[in-house]
Design a protein around this ligand. Structure first.
Ligand code: NDP
Length: 448
């Protein structure tokens, strides 16, 4: 690695030695920026790298709430306002017991480049809590969300910071959070949160957007090799929001969706998921909040406790659950089963050694910051509709989402080619996202 870039990376390790997910995300980006720093010395002169790795602001607070027994519980809440050079901070809330500052810094850092790639005016941010919604009653989740917003409201706003959902934060949680924001601020109709429900400020296709967008991006990658989804065996991990809609779109395109999973295990569906099975998963995960093992039981399918879908082998892999869920051993298993494309629906689901292996073997590989950008892009469209007091049809939003994903693919593809590594979407996406933010920071001077 170039000495200057290495020194920036070293300073991250020295300042925050325990933030390992952030180190991983920063290294993955920094490593690919060498040709840009060489070609445009202005970025080094303006210390863009040193500034871009440092969040503009971090907020941490106490979230007290009452459980079903009336006992007081205490969690931690966070918002990392990473970069607002090109627009208000934008990025989801994650509610999961693994949430800590290092995890949110990784997510906020990634979000900054992802949002730039969408071409919409959105900066990067991320927030959340170590609160675990699993096994909680609706009333407990509501109590937690209200307490969380009692502090969060003062840091967000349609021109400041616009949060959305992520792991553990879906339509239910956004509803409770928005209710508290409305009460405190006495306003309605602002785009302060996205992922709202249809009829109270939400956009058509927002729930579908990340999963659909991932498949649209993958479709574009496949086209470069004269391939498509028809008849392909598609492995999907997770069974939450992103996984559900990636599965639906892949099925619509004629693929055989051969797996789903959750943090307890993976299900193999050798003959491909049917519409009836998909409906069952939607009810199981979004209403009953059950486990994927119940789906396996219901349809008499193979269930591997503690397993991941990659071991089943397939043509296309769409990791849609969480970070570092596909390692080198999984990549080897996928390659030996003949995988042709890997499309990241989750953020950083592939470990660095697994990613290097895919790139080395010429497997089509899309990094999450490009291929899962459809979610935040459609959140951007929700903000536009809120500002204009408009509601667009599902067809209209889907058309715009599709256009955005085709454009992100083209940008990453062209940038990789321009910088001498055709087909390397990781490098293409990192450089294209970085250039947009970096140019804005240079234009605005040292304060940006
Ligand atoms: P959900 O909470 O709806 O679903 C998450 C899924 O991943 C669940 O099936 C969950 O299983 C599983 N999972 C979580 N942690 C683990 C783990 N440690 N090991 C195995 N499986 C796990 O979240 P989303 O679908 O919204 O998010 C999934 C990924 O996509 C995340 O990386 C998120 O950052 C990313 N993303 C989401 C966007 C969105 O619009 N929602 C936008 C862009 C990226 P279980 O229920 O057992 O925990």
């Amino acid at each position: 690695m170039d000495k200057y870039i290495e020194s920036v990376y070293q300073s991250i390790l020295d300042k925050d030695p325990l933030q390992k997910e952030f180190h991983q995300a920063a290294l993955e980006v920094l490593e690919t920026l060498e040709p840009v720093i060489e070609k445009y010395p202005v970025f080094k002169e303006h210390k863009i790298l040193e500034r871009i790795v440092e969040p503009e602001r971090i907020i941490q607070f106490r979230v007290p709430w009452k459980d079903k027994n009336g006992e007081i519980q205490i969690n931690r809440g966070y918002r990392v306002q990473y970069n607002s050079a090109i627009g208000p901070y934008k990025g989801g809330f994650r509610f999961h017991p693994t949430v800590y500052l290092g995890l949110l810094k990784f997510l906020g850092f990634e979000q900054t480049f992802k949002n730039a790639l969408t071409t919409l005016p959105m900066g990067g941010g991320k927030g959340g809590s170590d609160f675990d919604p699993h096994g909680k009653t609706d009333a407990e989740v509501e109590s937690f969300c209200h307490s969380f917003m009692m502090e969060m409201y003062r840091h967000i706003g349609q021109f400041t910071d616009v949060p959305a959902g992520d792991i553990g934060v879906g339509g239910r949680e956004i509803g409770y959070l928005y209710a508290a924001y409305r009460k405190i601020r006495n306003v309605h109709g602002t785009g302060v949160l996205t992922g709202k429900g249809w009829g109270w400020g939400g956009s058509r296709i927002r729930p579908q957007a990340t999963g659909y967008g991932n498949v649209y991006f993958c479709q574009e990658m496949l086209k470069t090799k004269d391939e498509d989804f028809k008849g392909k065996k598609v492995l999907i991990s997770g069974s939450g929001n992103v996984a559900q809609y990636a599965a639906e779109k892949a099925m619509q395109l004629g693929a055989k969706v051969a797996s789903m999973s959750d943090s307890s295990g993976a299900v193999h569906i050798p003959d491909g998921m049917t519409k009836e099975m998909w409906d069952y998963v939607m009810e199981l995960k979004n209403v009953k909040r059950g486990r994927i093992s119940e789906f396996a039981e219901k349809y008499n399918l193979e269930y591997v406790k503690g397993g991941r879908p990659w071991q089943f082998g397939g043509d296309i892999a769409l990791p849609c659950a969480t970070q570092n869920e596909l390692d080198k051993k999984d990549a080897e298993a996928l390659i030996s089963s003949g995988v042709i494309a890997v499309g990241e629906g989750a953020n950083m689901p592939t470990t660095p050694d697994a990613m290097s292996l895919f790139l080395e073997k010429g497997i089509l590989f899309s990094p999450g910051k490009a291929s899962n950008a459809g979610g935040v892009a459609t959140s951007g469209l929700e903000m536009s509709q809120n500002s204009g007091r408009l509601f667009w049809s599902a067809e209209e939003v889907d058309k715009q989402l599709h256009g955005i994903m085709v454009n992100i693919h083209q940008t990453a593809y062209d940038t990789a080619k321009e910088f001498g590594q055709p087909g390397n979407y990781v490098l293409g996406a990192n450089i294209a996202g970085f250039m947009k933010v970096a140019n804005a920071m240079v234009a605005m001077g040292y304060l940006a």
